[in-house]
Design a protein around this ligand. Structure first.
Ligand SMILES: N[C@@H]1[C@@H](O)[C@H](O)[C@@H](COP(=O)(O)O)O[C@@H]1O
Length: 259
């Protein structure tokens, strides 16, 4: 795992966008993995700005990590709408190439299997953007999720519902159920780039980067990933024991080595 400590979310957005731009240059039909939440927004802002300067998403594909169950189609906070608003609608990716699990599907197990099959048919995710929940979840894989899990329905922990209530206006409006790629699914992405900012993420960051690999901290499964990059600001990095070592490693990185 490579940990990069940066001054703020603007620099995080630029570095993540550098990795995505380099990927699209060597593979225009790359498959991007998209996350929702506030953490990746600076990445999407930077990608939208670079699209304005010519970065081309015309052949790219994208898969979202997760979706709420039970929201009316077109609900403003459905992750389909969020992804379209914050990323896909601001660049020239084709709408039919943007995939999100269907939280309104009549047959949920069949929908989850179909989502996995569609990802596989597209060639698998090349670069997965991730955020992390205050309880260490990635996607909507809450504590206790199998480290080998695949796309499936999950129940949200109350803390996550409370964290996400700010998007809905009231806690009562936050769904209890979600569809999410599993931890085993996420591990198959060729490169994962996790972004975390703010002091409220410092404990989760310490636990998944330097703690034991355990289902109680789902993001810790990334310790098994051969190419995981963690981009954090100073506040999110404030509980890391090896912060000075991560700074030293990044500052002395060989010039040819990208993220
Ligand atoms: N399902 C999403 C996650 O993918 C995201 O990482 C998390 C953190 O969100 P934020 O970045 O807003 O703190 O929120 C939601 O639960």
């Amino acid at each position: 795992m490579e940990v990069v400590i940066l001054p703020g979310s603007k620099q995080i957005g630029k570095l993540a966008a550098d990795a995505i731009e380099a990927l699209l240059q060597r593979k225009p039909h790359a498959v991007l993995g998209l996350a929702t939440g506030s953490s990746p927004v600076p990445v999407y802002d930077e990608l939208a700005a670079r699209h304005g300067r010519g970065l081309d998403f015309g052949a790219a594909h994208a898969f979202a990590l997760d979706e709420y169950v039970g929201l009316a189609p077109g609900h403003r906070e459905s992750y389909r709408e969020v992804i379209m608003r914050e990323f896909a609608g601001r660049v020239n990716i084709r709408t039919e190439n943007v995939h999100t699990p269907d939280g309104a599907a009549a047959d949920i197990p069949a929908e989850c299997q179909a989502y996995e099959d569609t990802m596989k048919a597209a060639g698998g995710v090349d670069l997965q953007i991730l955020g992390v929940g205050t309880d260490g979840h990635i996607g909507f894989n809450e504590p206790g999720s199998s480290l080998a899990s695949r796309t499936r329905i999950k129940t949200l922990i109350e803390q996550t519902r409370r964290d996400n209530a700010r998007f809905f206006g009231s806690l009562a409006d936050v769904p209890h159920h979600v569809l999410t790629q599993g931890l085993g699914t996420i591990l198959e992405a060729r490169h994962v780039v996790l972004v975390a900012t703010g002091a409220q993420k410092s404990r989760a960051v310490r636990d998944f980067v330097e703690g034991a690999v355990s289902a109680i901290c789902p993001a810790s499964v990334l310790q098994f990933h051969p190419h995981a990059t963690v981009l954090v600001d100073e506040a999110a990095a404030s509980s890391l024991r090896l912060a000075d070592f991560y700074r030293h490693t990044y500052d002395h990185k060989p010039a040819w080595q990208g993220l």
